[in-house]
Design a protein around this ligand. Structure first.
Ligand SMILES: Nc1ncnc2c1ncn2[C@@H]1O[C@H](COP(=O)(O)OP(=O)(O)OP(=O)(O)O)[C@@H](O)[C@H]1O
Ligand SMILES: [Mg+2]
Length: 332
């Protein structure tokens, strides 16, 4: 098993889900290296794939393709005993809150922290002793026998951190550890998280709170990245019949107005492509992605040779007038 002091390497990672009748690709061609002893922040809005990426690192979820390697361990291809070992000793995962995990709410702080040690075969007395030490380490020495429902959110979060550290994993993952905390609680949790990289651990924390930026050695930006060209002038673009303007799951960049030709919008589903709409000269389409920072929810394809003008979100707002946008969005 990989020891602390190793780098984490993500190469060509893709995750695709089929949800009922459509397909989403929250992670597409992700390449990232996180150096030993550093704290990386996964930053991005809801649904951008933060929990999905953490689940792949924890070996709870297998990606569609690509690899995550920690030191000499290729996490994404583990199986059998090695998989069990990674989940138990290789990685510590900080749950969002105990109140989301019913089996843990009836246990005291000490019992909660001891659970992973007990299931790894550590003797009860030794596990209890280590649990107390860990809880003291996160400032909860006076909350040892409390159950989660009599702890504050910040205290619960610190129990969760102590629990994730029980078997001293070299890789620690925390999913939105500061969500739902007030500023006093956040401060305590941030300090503890920052200290976790001691000894060469790799620590990955997801958040959509960009106040956490100052904490990190590295930012892994998961939001679709198209804002830099927000001020760009409209572009005239030509497509030939059969060509895709954009594909479902792509980051969104432009809103299109058709000058000539026909564009169909189709959605990938379990049963293949389903037509959603058809547009001709004078129509516009593809405004939701750029306006709201979402990926494309469908594919746009030229059905004839076509000429379109592509506007940035700002350009499109200026074109139609900001006061007309809400009605336009409601109409679709
Ligand atoms: N098991 C699953 N089956 C189907 N779709 C899933 C599954 N897990 C996640 N998704 C989808 O993948 C996308 C990314 O989800 P994910 O939970 O990783 O986002 P997130 O960045 O953690 O969001 P949040 O900030 O709301 O926690 C979403 O569209 C989500 O609905
Ligand atoms: Mg999440």
């Amino acid at each position: 098993m990989t020891e602390a002091g190793s780098d984490l390497n993500i190469k060509g990672l893709n995750v695709e889900f089929t949800k009922g009748d459509y397909t989403v690709r929250p992670i597409e061609n992700l390449d990232v290296t996180v150096k030993a002893g550093s704290l990386a922040l996964l930053l991005g809005p809801s649904g951008c794939g933060k929990t999905t990426l953490l689940s792949c690192m924890a070996a709870i979820l297998r990606p569609t393709s690509g690899s995550i390697t920690y030191g000499t361990t290729e996490i994404t291809s583990l199986s059998g005993q090695q998989l069990t070992n990674h989940r138990r000793h290789g990685v510590g995962v900080v749950f969002q809150a105990f109140n989301l995990v019913p089996s843990l709410t009836s246990l005291t702080s000490v019992e909660n922290v001891a659970v992973p040690m007990r299931s790894a075969g550590v003797k009860a007395r030794v596990a209890r002793h280590k649990a107390i030490e860990l809880l003291e380490g996160v400032g909860l020495g006076d909350r040892l026998t409390h159950r989660p429902n009599s702890l504050s959110g910040g205290q619960q979060q610190r129990v969760a951190i102590a629990r994730a550290l029980a078997l001293d994993p070299p890789l620690v993952l925390a999913d939105e550890p500061t969500a739902h905390l007030d500023y006093v609680q956040v401060e305590g949790v941030l300090r503890i998280i920052r200290r976790l990289t001691d000894g060469g651990r790799v620590v990955i924390v997801s958040t959509h709170d960009d106040r956490m930026l100052a904490l990190a050695d590295q930012i892994i930006e998961m939001r679709p990245n198209f804002l830099p060209q927000d001020d760009a002038a409209p572009k005239r673009l030509e497509f030939s019949a059969g060509q895709d303007l954009f594909r479902q799951g792509d980051p969104s960049d432009l809103v299109y107005v058709i000058d000539d030709g026909r564009i169909d919008v189709v959605r990938d589903t379990q049963d293949g492509e389903v037509p959603l709409a058809s547009f001709v000269a004078g129509d516009h389409f593809g405004e939701m992605g750029p306006l709201f920072g979402l990926r494309r929810s469908a594919t746009a394809r030229a059905m004839t040779d076509a000429i379109v003008t592509g506007y940035t979100a700002k350009g499109f707002r200026d074109l139609v007038g900001p006061e007309r946008l809400p009605a336009m969005i409601r109409g679709r």
